[in-house]
Design a protein around this ligand. Structure first.
Ligand SMILES: NC(=O)c1ccc[n+]([C@@H]2O[C@H](COP(=O)([O-])OP(=O)(O)OC[C@H]3O[C@@H](n4cnc5c(N)ncnc54)[C@H](OP(=O)(O)O)[C@@H]3O)[C@@H](O)[C@H]2O)c1
Length: 268
């Protein structure tokens, strides 16, 4: 039996992928905060599972990773899709800026924490909705975005960090494929809180974005085993080159070390 684990699988593109893997006969576990949405998914099939968690909390990530690794010894597909827009900077109880915590750190903890389980699958793949070639500069001296916070910019910065997460992950786990994906504009829930101006923009994006089904159709060919290992970056269904400047191994190693240090410094 194949297994797919999908954070942000209770809504949007993650939910679309969850339904596709159910159709394919996989065991599918989705993670989100909404019990209503998650339990509705879990009721849809015997192989559909839901775990509720606030993935902006390090302890919730660690609890889930341990639970999932115990319950599913081999994981074929890991999708990292949870996100939540905030118009004003918010610091989590762990002391991290909320986008750093949910959009980047959770994905770091899931990628590395489930690497052994991924390594036991025949052709494992991780899908991370990163920048896929984002040229946003890394704020090395302000990773917690204390200066000039902007909600959309904060998500863009976290997406850039996820590109570097992918670079370092494949250096450590060359047998696990890692796909960075930017889906373009997709009509989803756009989970989050929005001020009036951004809310109008989001309504426009919801009205004009491609459907979840179209987006899933653009993503799947890159997840199905293509006969190559390592990192790929995909924007709206098309492969993009891994430009050395933006997928720099030194930057990726630096971010990895910084992240490990931040986690080690957390009071337990
Ligand atoms: N849609 C677009 O146009 C677009 C464009 C560029 C990139 N992307 C990227 O594509 C990915 C999927 O986006 P989407 O638009 O499909 O998602 P979405 O509809 O906004 O859904 C977000 C998901 O994240 C979950 N989530 C939010 N806060 C959470 C938390 N604290 N803990 C755990 N789960 C949490 C939500 O679950 P609950 O509701 O259950 O909490 C939901 O399943 C994201 O990484 C996004 O940045 C999307």
């Amino acid at each position: 039996m194949s297994t797919a684990v999908i954070t942000g699988g209770t809504d949007g593109i993650g939910r679309g992928l969850a339904e596709e893997y159910l159709r394919r006969g996989y065991d599918v576990l989705v993670v989100g905060t909404s019990k209503t949405k998650g339990e509705m998914f879990a009721r849809s099939a015997e192989r559909a599972h839901f775990l509720a968690a606030d993935l902006s909390r390090v302890s919730d990530n660690e609890r889930l990773v341990a639970h999932i690794a115990d319950r599913f010894p081999a994981i074929d597909v890991l999708v990292l899709g949870a996100r939540y827009h905030r118009p004003a900077r918010l610091v989590t109880p762990d002391g991290f800026e909320s986008n750093f915590a949910l959009f980047y750190l959770s994905r770091f903890l899931f990628s590395h924490g489930l690497a052994s389980a991924l390594g036991r699958a025949e052709a494992p793949v991780v899908l991370n909705f990163g920048g896929a070639g984002s040229q946003v500069p890394v704020r090395w001296h302000d990773l917690q975005l204390e200066q000039d916070y902007h909600g959309v910019g904060a998500m863009g910065h976290a997406a850039r960090l996820n590109d570097l997460l992918g670079v370092h992950f494949v250096a450590q786990h060359p047998d696990i494929r890692y796909v960075l994906n930017h889906p373009g504009v997709v009509a989803t829930s756009f989970a989050g809180e929005y001020d009036r101006a951004t809310s109008a923009q989001v309504s426009h994006l919801r009205a004009t974005g491609k459907s979840v089904a179209t987006s899933v159709g653009q993503i799947l060919p890159h997840l199905d085993p293509p006969g190559r290992n390592g990192l790929t970056a995909v924007v709206e269904g098309a492969l993009v080159p891994l430009a050395p400047k933006w997928f720099d191994r030194g930057d990726a190693a630096r971010l990895h070390e910084t992240t490990e240090r931040l986690l080690a410094e957390l009071p337990r």
